[in-house]
Structure formats: structure tokens, C-alpha cells
Design a protein around this ligand. Sequence first.
Ligand code: SAM
Length: 206
Amino acid sequence: MSSQKGHRWFAASYDFLTRSAEQRVLHRLRKRVVGAASGRILELGVGTGANLSYYKSVEHLVATDPDPFMLARARKRAEALNVKVEFHQAPAEAIPFADASFDTVVSTLVLCTVDDQSTSLAEAKRVLKPGGAFRFIEHVRAEGFLGKVQDFLTPAWRWFGAGCHPNRQTTAAFKAAGFEIVELERRPLWLTPLVIGVARPTRLAR
Ligand SMILES: C[S@@+](CC[C@H](N)C(=O)[O-])C[C@H]1O[C@@H](n2cnc3c(N)ncnc32)[C@H](O)[C@@H]1O
């Protein structure tokens, strides 16, 4: 559950817990997905700031997270990297910005944890400018038997992972929220496959 109170120990151990995945896979994916973000950028669920060193074409970077312990770590990392970031404590379900105010929204390993995916995606769509891009790296429910294993593990996984669900159908949620997925790659990572891509708000038919 996303809480304004936060998860002190999850935040403190996050970089250690993800180190091996960062080195094996995530580093390369962040470079590609985050490195291509441009213009006015909104990052949802910035966590400890793992993406901050990958931004290249930034006009203005805003980063949000509801967890104050995560935000404190991201702030420190931004300072150490000398990256200019405007931080806000906010959940993806209630983004505190005007309609059509960002060129790019970035979310990496966040839609697994938000309380409400459809509200979060509706909010992201609202703040994106027409033609804007939602760039993502997310882990999702596997197909077949592994998906059933994930379903079984979900209650414990949520507890250990500060609300993370291993079994969400995130690409379907993008489509249901009115996005078109214009780039998509799927690849394995431990028990839970990753989806890496770009989604754009669908144009309304006239
Ligand atoms: C697994 S971490 C990912 C952190 C970072 N994006 C990364 O790629 O390493 C999930 C993050 O989502 C944040 N989060 C939890 N609930 C959220 C919500 N409702 N809206 C936005 N972020 C949320 C958590 O506080 C945490 O920082």
C-alpha cells in the first residue's frame, strides 16, 4: 500500500536488493528508456533516484513519490549527481500538476506498486501534452504456470516488497486507460517478466 508515512527499511535496502538486477539488466534498459526522455519530464515513483543519472535531454525534470524515505534518498542522489530536479511528495493517483503540462512521463517498476493502476494511468494521460510519451519499464504477470505461481506468491511478495504486485497485467491496463503502446519489448527477469516500451495517449476520433 502506498503510504505518505513510507517504508523506511525498504527504502534503506532498495539499492542493495536491486544491485544485481541493475548490473545484469536494468542499467542497460534505463539507459535506453530514460535516456530518450525529453522536454518537460515527469517521473512517477522516483524511489531512490535510480534513473536520475540517465536523463539526457531535459528541459525541466519533476520527480514524485509518496514515500518520504525514498524521496530523501533521491534528493541526496540528485545533489551528488548535480542533477536539477523538482521533487514532490505525491502518489501517481493524484498528480499535482495541470493538464497537458509534460512532454514525457517516466515510470520504472512503479505500476506494480501503485494502489490503483487505472487512476494512475488516467492521471498520467491527463498531464501529458497531446503527442506526449509515457516511457516505461515494468514487471508484469507471466503467462502459463509461472503466472499462477506469481498469483500464489502475491500476498507475501506485497508484504516484503512494500506493496509490489508481481502479477499485474500492465500492458492491458495501458490500453484500458486509453493509451496506444507504440513500442514494446518483453524479456524475462527472475520470476517476473519485464515489459519495456513507450505508450502514447490515443487520439479521439472526430
Ligand atoms: C520498486 S520501487 C521503484 C523505484 C524506481 N522507480 C526505480 O526504478 O528503481 C517503487 C516505487 O514506487 C513508489 N510508489 C508506491 N506507491 C506509489 C504510488 N501510489 N504512486 C507513485 N509511486 C508509488 C514507492 O514509494 C517506490 O519508490
